[in-house]
Structure formats: structure tokens, C-alpha cells
Design a protein around this ligand. Structure first.
Ligand code: OGA
Ligand code: MN
Length: 313
């Protein structure tokens, strides 16, 4: 009995020592490279809120990888209560890729050309950002040969009511098409042109900006480079016609697709709070900034960074 007890104690001590020895340095390393972000879906259609991150900090590669995974799986991530500076916004955005400098250079933030200012505020009674833009369904930079991977919008000031942004999941839109329509679209490309947005804009687009873009074609159905899922990639924002067809021939199909693509089942409508960060995937979503607030009276002030993407296939 005495022998057994002492043997047991020895084994315990030995085990304790061994396990402490073996786990000490690896566990410290784990603490420095691993994290577990908390994720909560925000709607059946798309979107996930990330709960325990602080974008004022230099995030671990592992945290960035989890945010990226959440983006690919949910097409949009929301991170609330982030009172970050333009430097922190840019630094966070850069973790996901190269950043775009928007062609409308007059609305870039002074000293931070990676930030596009979306704002109806005025300095010396002059607008210094783009006011009331994006109030039609579109995907950012769809008019460029290499459209954007994703956009990261940071809310500084938002109206008490109104000024929401709607997002529509184009994976779901594709999945819900008939086999016949999927087949038809698989063989088609769409001509997109930035000039289409120019005539709708309340603020003039400079000729200099217009010279930096020209019509481009992209497949009507694109494959997400990270998940392999197929998404509808036709939007009223910049699409002119199907490549090889006239506008008149394209129009009836476009009309069907524009309505189908934004079926309420595919849509999440984000009600902004100041210090919200919304990061959306332009490869799988369209969005529409609802222009239902008073542009003269209701203050809405946002900063956007735009992550470079690849040529759609
Ligand atoms: C954009 C856009 C959305 C908004 O930033 O790309 O379209 O809610 N605006 O202002
Ligand atoms: Mn946009």
C-alpha cells in the first residue's frame, strides 16, 4: 500500500514536471500567434459581425486570417465601435492586399490618398467628399480591368435615421437561376463603363478622371478565386450591354437579372452606427447606398479604402 502510494506520487510528480517542461515554450508561442475571434451572423442572406477585435492594435496574422475567412464565407464583415484614425484604417486594410487610389482624386483624404471621402459635410461652404454616391446597385470598380476585391467603409457620422446601405448576395442570386439561364450566361461577357455613373452623379466627374477609364468586359458569371463559388456579376451601375449584342438585345435579359439579383431573400440592409467598420466582398456582392436622408441637413461622413482585386474569371 505504502509502496503503491509513493509510486503513484512519483508518477504524478514526473507527469507534472514533464508536462510543464513540454508545454511551457510552445504554449507561450501559441499565445502570441493564435487568437479566436467571435463571429455572429447578421442575416440569413449574408454578413457576420466580428466581436472581439480592436483595430487600433496591430492584429496577429491569425486574426487577419480569421477575418478573411469570415469575409469569404459571409461576404461581409461588420466590426462595431472602432474609433480608428485614418492611419489605422489604412494599416488594417493593407493586411488584405494592395490598396487602390480612386480615379476621382479630388475626393481623396489629404495626406491619405488611399482613403476616399464619402461625405456631405462642407468646408468653407464647399463639399470636400463625394456626397450621396452609390445610390444604385453596383460592385466597386466593376468598370476597371481588375475590379476591387473588397471595400472597407468606416462610418464617422451617420444620420439618426436613413442612409442605410443594402447588400445583395450574388452567390445566392446565381444559385437561384434556372439551369437554362445559367448556361446562357456562362457564355456571355458584359461591357461595363464608368461613364454610365457620371451622368447620374450630383457632382461632376472631371475629364481627367474619365480619361483614366475606358469600357471593359467581364464574365456575366464569375468564380470566386478563394471559394470557387459562382456569382452573378451583372449590375445596373456600370453595365452597358452584353459583349457582341446591342443594348436593345441585352436590355430584356438585364431587366430580368436586375430584379432577380436583389430579391429580398438575398439582401441585408445595414443600419449604420458611428464607428462601424463594414468590409464587403465585391466579388460576391452588389451594394446600394440608400439616398433617403436630407443631403443638406443630415450629416453623413464616411471613409473608404478599396482593396485591389484580380481579373474576374
Ligand atoms: C461605396 C458606396 C456606400 C455608402 O462606398 O462604395 O457605394 O453607404 N457607398 O456610402
Ligand atoms: Mn460602392
Amino acid at each position: 500500500m505504502a509502496v503503491t502510494e509513493s509510486a503513484e506520487r512519483k508518477r504524478k510528480t514526473a507527469r507534472g514536471k514533464t508536462s510543464r517542461k513540454q508545454t511551457k515554450s510552445p504554449s507561450r508561442k501559441v499565445a502570441m500567434t493564435k487568437s479566436q475571434v467571435e463571429i455572429k451572423r447578421v442575416s440569413p442572406a449574408l454578413g457576420a459581425e466580428i466581436l472581439n477585435v480592436d483595430l487600433r492594435e496591430d492584429l496577429l496574422d491569425d486574426t487577419i486570417a480569421q477575418i478573411r475567412k469570415a469575409l469569404v464565407e459571409n461576404s461581409l464583415v461588420l466590426i462595431r465601435d472602432q474609433d480608428i484614425t485614418p492611419e489605422q484604417h489604412v494599416a488594417f486594410s493593407r493586411r488584405f492586399g494592395k490598396l487602390e487610389i480612386h480615379v476621382l482624386t479630388e475626393y481623396l483624404l489629404k495626406g491619405h490618398k488611399e482613403i476616399l471621402v464619402l461625405s456631405n459635410l462642407k468646408k468653407n461652404s464647399k463639399l470636400f467628399g463625394r456626397a450621396g454616391v452609390g445610390n444604385y446597385w453596383h460592385s466597386d470598380l466593376q468598370y476597371m480591368p481588375k475590379p476591387s476585391l473588397g471595400s472597407i467603409l468606416r462610418a464617422h457620422e451617420v444620420p439618426e435615421i436613413g442612409g442605410d446601405t443594402m447588400f445583395a448576395n450574388q452567390f445566392l442570386a446565381y444559385d437561384a437561376l434556372s439551369d437554362g439561364m445559367k448556361e446562357l450566361l456562362a457564355g456571355l461577357r458584359v461591357v461595363h463603363d464608368f461613364a454610365k455613373a457620371r451622368y447620374r452623379s450630383p457632382q461632376p466627374y472631371s475629364d481627367k478622371a474619365m480619361k483614366k477609364t475606358r469600357p471593359v468586359t467581364h464574365p456575366a458569371i464569375r468564380t470566386h478565386p478563394e471559394s470557387g463559388r459562382k456569382a452573378l456579376y451583372v449590375s445596373p451601375g456600370f453595365a452597358l450591354r452584353f459583349d457582341g449584342m446591342t443594348e436593345e438585345e441585352s436590355e430584356p435579359i438585364f431587366e430580368f437579372l436586375y430584379e432577380h439579383a436583389v430579391d429580398p431573400r438575398f439582401v441585408y440592409r445595414h443600419k449604420w452606427r458611428a464607428n462601424d467598420i463594414v468590409f464587403w466582398d465585391n466579388r460576391s456582392l452588389m451594394h446600394n447606398a440608400v439616398q433617403d436622408y436630407d443631403l443638406q441637413k443630415d450629416r453623413r461622413h464616411m471613409h473608404r479604402t478599396t482593396i485591389s482585386g484580380d481579373e474576374p474569371f
